[in-house]
Design a protein around this ligand. Structure first.
Ligand code: SF4
Length: 208
């Protein structure tokens, strides 16, 4: 069985750097992390584009905007009322902390994020890793599926997070790239139904 670091090296060689997280600013990364819950990234791009065109992809604009206006902008991402409310709640917390620069430097950033209603561990870790560059491993549905099939390991969010964090160097760049590579593998080969094991670059080592 290959180690998690060896698996990382194989995936990186196969797919190359994924250049995550897409976004021109820390705030855009945070907005993207909330909007991507349960929806394809292409829908998130439409919403981000709407916000950019409305000159609203910034903290102050989101805080000041009418709820209905923000809901209309993020509508392409589904569950748009909930997501607009989450964006507003997070933006207000960030503003209370003095702005994005200060918020991202909070020692208990992950806990602050988890205290915002509607933000779960995957979103909190995505923001902590990709916006604040804190070494915290992001677990999503792709990660769970691949770990279960490849290593035969089942667990809850924290178990799988520990599985990687306890076996890898504590390195932001590795965590950043690893999550993106697992998403790539999950989308390309290790699909939910009918995984393409015959063409998969890690099939030789896989326990599935
Ligand atoms: S060999 Fe199949 S089950 Fe294993 S990681 Fe690849 S696609 Fe997934």
């Amino acid at each position: 069985m290959v180690s998690t670091k060896e698996l990382f090296d194989i995936l990186l060689e196969e797919f190359g750097p994924q250049n995550w997280w897409p976004g021109d600013s820390d705030f855009e990364i945070m907005v993207g992390a909330i909007l991507t819950q349960n929806v394809n990234w292409s829908n998130v791009e439409k919403a981000l584009d709407n916000m950019k065109k409305a000159d609203s992809l910034n903290l102050e604009a989101v805080c000041e905007m009418e709820d209905e206006q923000l809901e209309a902008l993020v509508r392409p991402t589904g569950f748009y009322r909930q997501k607009a409310a989450r964006l507003k709640r997070l933006s207000r917390v960030i503003l209370e902390k003095g702005g994005i620069k200060y918020f991202l430097k909070e020692d208990d950033l992950r806990e602050l994020l988890l205290d915002v209603k509607g933000i779960g561990p995957e979103t909190a870790d995505s923001i902590a890793l990709y916006a604040a560059r804190i070494p915290t491993f992001v677990v999503d549905a792709y990660t769970k599926r691949i770990v279960e099939r490849f290593y035969g390991y089942r667990g809850n969010y924290d178990d799988i997070k520990d599985f990687f964090q306890n076996s890898l160097p504590k390195d932001v760049d590795i965590y950043n790239e690893y999550h993106a590579l697992l998403v790539k593998l999950g989308k390309t080969y290790c699909k939910k139904t009918d995984p393409r094991c015959g063409e998969c670059p890690i099939s030789y080592h896989c326990s599935y």
